[in-house]
Design a protein around this ligand. Structure first.
Ligand code: NAP
Length: 343
């Protein structure tokens, strides 16, 4: 196969469009576009100066590299249609860009002699323009047929990206981590800004106030890694400040309190990992985040006592695994009345 092969895009959304435009700029030859709506397909076909196809099969037939950049749930069906209707040939490479799915979802194309790979850009694509801007310098997770990986690696390098190879079975976990780092960061910023709005700041003021903090934190993480970048009351073992936060947050909804407590508990582990607090300080902070009383060791678990798990608490949370070593004791674990999941 040519070292800069021809390609077709099936699914002219954010990722398909950004990858298509960048690959063309890097010397790959676009042969055509197909998308569910003619408007999307036309927009990308015009940008690529390539043909607009009326169906996925003909678009695939014309290309060495076929990108199925539809939404995740359409990838399998699209691959099956292409394979069934003669869109695949031996030596052709069919690529999807999903983070959660493995290349196995395109199994039918393998049965027709094509190679299947997943090439997931570890980047968030909010719009086509920002995607084109953010893609160079991003990492890509590659997985799939060995024969297709060298070409996938070269393509990533041509897109000025970096790559690593993962196993098909690891994709859901790999993707969960990406969701935590990206989507949940967005949710956290939304949560912080909404608290500031309750204090009287408008949307823009809240964003302007928080953004330099986030940027500074990201810079620190980039320089020294997450554990060493940790600052704040948990890193200092400052139990009274944490108690003050919990008391102030009690006027917020239960989700906000839950997020603060869960992440606080996780942060205790981080502070112990970087050695900024002692085991006793970690245990004291954990007690505050968990609202626990009394102590009783039961292996690696603490168990809710019958009287503590009365109707006011969540009966499904009856066992709590403690992170190895970071709380040397176990506790009766009681949840705040009214604080928890709806029953
Ligand atoms: N967005 C991200 O941040 C991101 C990051 C990394 C990877 N990914 C992955 O990249 C893939 C594409 O995501 P995206 O964000 O680009 O989605 P998107 O913007 O929603 O684009 C999907 C495109 O596929 C088209 N489409 C849907 N079903 C189709 C079908 N059956 N046949 C042909 N075209 C169809 C859509 O139709 P219309 O023609 O109606 O527009 C749309 O243009 C997904 O696998 C996603 O998991 C996304």
């Amino acid at each position: 196969m040519n070292c800069k092969p021809s390609f077709a895009i099936i699914g002219a959304g954010k990722v398909g469009s950004a990858i298509g435009v960048l690959l063309k700029e890097r010397g790959y030859a676009p042969v055509g576009v197909y998308s569910r709506s003619k408007t999307s397909a036309r927009r990308l076909a015009d940008q690529l100066h390539s043909k607009l196809y009326k169906n996925a099969v003909d678009a695939a037939k014309a290309a060495d590299l076929v990108f199925i950049t539809t939404t995740d749930r359409e990838i399998g069906t699209t691959a099956a249609i292409i394979a069934r209707k003669g869109g695949c040939k031996p030596g052709q490479i069919v690529i999807h860009t999903s983070g959660a799915l493995a290349s196995d979802v395109m199994e039918p194309v393998r049965e027709q002699g094509a190679w299947a790979v997943s090439v997931h850009p570890l980047q968030s694509f909010a719009s086509i323009e920002s995607a084109k801007e953010n893609l160079p310098g991003s990492s890509f997770a590659l997985e799939g047929d060995e024969q297709a990986l060298p070409l996938a690696e070269k393509m990533v390098k041509d897109l000025q990206g970096r790559y690593f190879i993962i196993k098909a079975a690891d994709k859901p976990l790999y993707h969960a981590a990406a969701v935590i780092a990206s989507n949940y960061l967005v949710s956290l910023m939304h949560l912080s800004a909404s608290i500031y709005r309750q204090l009287g700041l408008d949307e823009e003021q809240a964003r302007d106030a928080l953004f330099p903090l986030i940027q500074g934190t990201l810079n620190n993480i980039a320089k020294v890694g997450p554990a060493q970048a940790l600052t704040g009351p948990v890193a200092r073992g400052d139990a009274s400040t944490v108690k003050g936060h919990i008391s102030a947050l009690s006027r917020m909804n239960w989700r906000t309190q839950e997020v603060y407590r869960s992440l606080g508990l996780y942060t205790v582990g981080l502070a112990l990992e970087n050695g900024s607090i002692t085991t006793n300080e970690g245990a004291a902070l954990s007690n505050i985040f968990l609202e626990v009383e009394n102590c009783e060791q039961k292996g690696n678990y603490c168990r809710l006592s019958a009287h503590e798990t009365g109707s006011q608490t969540n009966s499904h949370v009856n066992r709590l695994r403690l992170s190895d070593g970071y709380v040397g004791r176990c506790f009766w674990y009681r949840r705040h009345p009214g604080w928890g999941f709806p029953r």
